[in-house]
Design a protein around this ligand. Structure first.
Ligand code: ATP
Ligand code: MG
Length: 559
């Protein structure tokens, strides 16, 4: 696949204009700021591609910053997963990995500075009172009775908050802006709260933690970010972002730009919900191949190229929308069609015996590794009297258009002989077909004599050295396209009960016996498969179906 360059969009237009006017000199500095309280998902991947992609395109920089100012739920395990996943996506931050928690001291100083400017105060209202005083969209707020505390008193109380003299929730530090502002975020927002909770990096050093709105913009400024790209839900917070920066920063101001969050059909992209799926064991973990996480998609067998391509295709919008998951699958299929070697795999095997093929005889059949790419070479597959085909490649009473085996029919075995139906056996109790007998025609190996036609071509694996394996088939995680918007409290009831099907009696060709975990193949006529990164072992491979062969995106796109 060719390298993907995203088309221009409104963010790149802003940057072009800024470079023209010299608003930030000739610098372009972005950042990706995940909170390490979960694994990153395809929505984060979009933001990663956007921020790192812009830095690459404009020869700027993109920092990776752990936005870890709220100890609740944050952990090193998540930091490690985020680092690993962004690397795997193909991006590099050089030595620019930062932690907002490294700025705790600096942020404290910024808060002290605000107090000294008379622009912050310690408020001792209860959380309920603060909410009540805040007013609403239609009503202005009311000043807190603590709003006019002296600078000295505020400095003293804030220092004592830090020193741990007060119980959680007893006081907060608030910016002193305007309780009548039409922007509710500007009504004296809280900037520090007391919270006795150990932080995964700073331990028990701090009992006060800065709020997101305060920490985020000042962390951006600290890192000399020029364009702080975030999702639309922060649009209302932009005046506050600018206010803090205006009061405290005397160098180049970072500029917040919002874009629409990515939503993908048949899944959820809220960390809270993903955590619920993991903790409730509704999936096998963050890297369950059904999860929309980067780790899940990697384990499923998606390629980083395909994910980057998808992110470039969907572009950047100003309005929320729901992207069809079929587009993501289309990008994966498109990439794999090009890159995945072909192999023979039978996911629901039916045994076949060639009555007129000599017992004990074997032959080697040459099979191309990629039909369109002779440079990928070929391999030899063993052919013998007994082999397996896909159960649905035989029907006792096939309809006219059926292109496979049935009574009175002939098919070609791919890269081998033409075989003709002779008889079949059935289980007396279940009625299931248990074995098929055919005859072969030795003259058909290289091609067909003039004028002779067969129904179709099917794939096969010789019984002689077939490798038994497990195959896991995945379907949509949720039953409906937009579970996040569903009118139900119980989003778990919308989970697709058939999202995972495990087939334990599958068969692959001999060469895949010791397949490396993570290796991807097209099993001819069946789909794309990836040897599972965790469970596949030499001798006992386990394959995940990445995507079936049939592309539903083309069809949707022309509608
Ligand atoms: P939550 O899922 O609880 O809303 P979050 O997704 O915002 O949390 P963060 O770790 O704060 O989690 O996100 C890091 C960055 O990724 C932010 O800049 C955020 O705007 C961006 N981001 C998160 N979700 C999406 C999404 N669905 N589409 C695009 N960008 C996203
Ligand atoms: Mg967030």
């Amino acid at each position: 696949m060719e390298p993907v360059h995203a088309a221009s969009d409104f963010i790149r237009e802003i940057i072009d204009e800024d470079l023209r006017t010299g608003r930030h000199g000739d610098r372009v500095a972005t950042r990706f700021p995940p909170e390490p309280n979960g694994y990153i998902h395809i929505g984060h991947a979009k933001s990663v591609c956007l921020n790192f992609g812009i830095a690459q395109q404009y020869e700027g920089t993109c920092n990776l910053r752990m936005d870890d100012t709220d100890p609740a739920g944050e952990s090193l395990k998540y930091v490690e997963s985020i680092i690993n996943d962004i690397r795997w996506l193909g991006f590099d931050w050089g030595d620019r990995l930062f932690y907002a928690s490294d700025y705790f001291e600096r942020l404290y100083e910024f808060a002290v500075e605000l107090i000294k400017q008379g622009k912050a105060y310690v408020c001792s209202l209860t959380p309920d009172e603060i909410r009540e005083y805040r007013g609403s969209f239609t009503e202005p707020g009311k000043d807190s009775p603590y709003r006019n505390r002296s600078i000295e008193e505020n400095l003293d109380l804030f220092a004592r908050m830090r020193a741990g003299e007060f119980a959680d929730g007893k006081h907060v530090l608030r910016a002193k802006i305007d309780m009548a502002s039409p922007f509710i975020v500007m009504r004296d927002p809280i900037i520090y709260r007391i919270k006795r909770e150990p932080h995964y990096r700073t331990g028990n050093k701090w009992v006060i933690y800065p709020m997101y709105d305060f920490a985020h913009c000042l962390s951006d400024a600290q890192e000399h970010i020029t364009h702080s790209i975030c999702t639309l839900e922060f649009e209302n917070n932009r005046p506050l972002y600018d206010w803090f920066v205006d009061q405290l920063i005397d160098w180049d101001h970072p500029q917040q730009i919002e874009f629409a969050r990515l939503n993908v059909s048949y899944t959820v992209l809220s960390k809270r919900r993903l955590i619920e799926l993991v903790e409730g064991k509704h999936v096998a973990g963050w890297d369950d191949p059904r999860m929309p996480t980067v780790a899940g998609m990697r384990r499923r067998g998606y390629t980083p190229e395909a994910i980057r391509r998808f992110c470039a295709e969907i572009g950047v919008a100003k309005k929320d929308n729901l992207v069809d998951i079929a587009l993501l699958e289309h990008c994966v299929r498109d990439d794999l069609n090009d890159t995945a070697p072909r192999a023979m795999g039978i996911i629901r095997p039916l045994k076949v015996v060639i009555d007129n093929y000599p017992m004990g005889k074997t032959e080697e059949m040459s099979c191309p590794n990629h039909p369109q790419k002779p440079e990928l070479g070929s391999r030899k597959l063993l052919f013998s009297r007994e082999f397996y085909i896909e159960r649905d490649d035989f029907m006792e009473e096939p309809p006219k258009k059926y292109k496979r085996l049935g009574p009175g029919r002939e098919v070609r075995l791919r890269n081998a002989y033409v075989v003709k139906y002779e008889s079949h056996m059935k289980d007396a109790v279940t009625g299931e077909v248990t074995e098929l007998h055919v005859s072969y025609d030795p003259v058909t190996l290289g091609g067909l004599p003039e004028g002779r036609k067969v129904e179709g071509v099917i794939h096969w694996v010789a019984a002689h050295n077939a490798v038994p394996c497990e195959v896991r088939l995945y379907d949509r995680l949720f039953l409906i396209p937009d579970p996040a918007a569903a009118d139900t409290e119980d989003f778990l009831s919308l989970l697709n009960p058939d999202s995972l099907e495990v087939l334990s009696d599958c068969i692959v060709e001999a060469g895949l016996r010791d397949v490396a975990p993570g290796a991807r193949y097209q099993f001819e006529r069946v789909g794309y498969f990836c040897a599972d990164l965790k469970d596949s072992r030499a001798g006992t491979p386990v394959f995940n179906r990445i995507v079936p062969l049939r592309d539903t995106w083309g069809k949707l796109a022309v509608k």
